[in-house]
Design a protein around this ligand. Sequence first.
Ligand code: RFL
Ligand code: PHB
Length: 389
Amino acid sequence: MRTQVVIIGGGPAGLLLSHLLYLEGIESVILERRTRQYVLSRIRAGVLEWGSVEILRQAGLSGRMDREGIVHQGSMVTWTGGDRFLIDTQKYAGRELMVYGQTQLTEDLYAARDAAGGTIIDEAADVMPHDVTTDTPWVTFEKNGETHRIDCDFVAGCDGYHGVSRTVIPDSVLRTYEKVYPTGWLGLLSETPPYEYLVYSRSERGFALCSMRNPMLSRYYVQVPLTDTLDDWSDDRFWTELKARYPSDIADAIVTGPSIEKSIAPLRSFVAEPMRYGNLFLAGDSAHIVPPTGAKGLNLAVSDAWYLSRGLASHFNAGSDDLLDAYSDTALRRVWASTRLSWWLTVLLHRFDDEDEIDRRLKISELEYIASSTNALASLAEQYAGLPL
Ligand code: RFL
Ligand code: PHB
């Protein structure tokens, strides 16, 4: 088999890249390790920056998002014993936010690829890129007990943090930066009407977040020790703990009900650079992970896929490699900005076991400062809204 671009990984980064390339007349094949059903059962992100919304709209991928997504002018922050403020992205950055599930977006991307006759090979095992520093790279994989080979011009590594693509880059070339936070998020999905705002809470009992998917589907998170398992968290315990982490007016307005999904995710900051090795390009979580506090991970997957599609389109359709050569530096500038915001919000809004009284007081003072300063609110809002592409 031969194609122009082999895309490893059928998550948001790989699916969007494939579709953006198709719109430029460039062929690709996606190799995904899991079944489609498994990929679509993962509950993850929920907030899209307006820049991501516009990329999806321009690519004709926004039909359902524009019907079902919930537009917000920002998200709220509360803290124990304090006040609350709105990160008003509309007022300070002129950009709203779209609350729309990654699961729904992934469904839309699969539907668009199917409608366009795109090739997505699922349950592709032992995927391995070869000769990526030559002009004739190739990728092998196993399917139904047989080994297959695809020759191509470029390989896009969109295979997430645990993927194979990054491992092909030699240690002498790859630099990695990592911070693991000593805590996790327990997420719960329930078919209940959500609280009207997204609300991040820094409580003395730990972080919490109220979010949503649609008018009858709510998503909530509480910070939990990494040693906890789902067995430790009955629905009753979850709701009691969630409400205890909010001021009473918000707690009273939270509508509880049976969970339909629960999962625990660790928190990590990770950046790998460069995002290119020969004719292998990394995009999305394969190159970087942010803790979810800033809602940036999916948005970085979208912006990487967009930058990479511009570079590949310019290579194939205009004979210029300038954008491809700039890809890693261009993408990494946004990556580092989002990594910094996500780290800062994570530290500010969580309680850590080694946090002592002065850390606690400093964080509260910082929250009070943000609430009282239009400059601080504007700075936070501009970053939360997402920097321009
Ligand atoms: P994905 O989604 O992990 O997809 C990678 C795909 O590659 C496949 N794969 C392989 N395929 C072939 N061969 C191999 N060797 C392979 N190894 C892996 C995998 O099966 C998978 O299908 O990465 P991608 O496309 O880069 O997308 C990144 C996003 O999924 C991620 O950044 C976000 O979900 C992060 N995130 C959030 N981001 C936001 O922008 N806003 C949010 O509100 C937000 N909330 C979150 C989040 C992530 C969370 N968790 C669970 C990590 C909330 C949570 C709880
Ligand atoms: C979510 O809805 O899953 C969500 C929202 C905001 C975040 C993280 C996750 O910062």
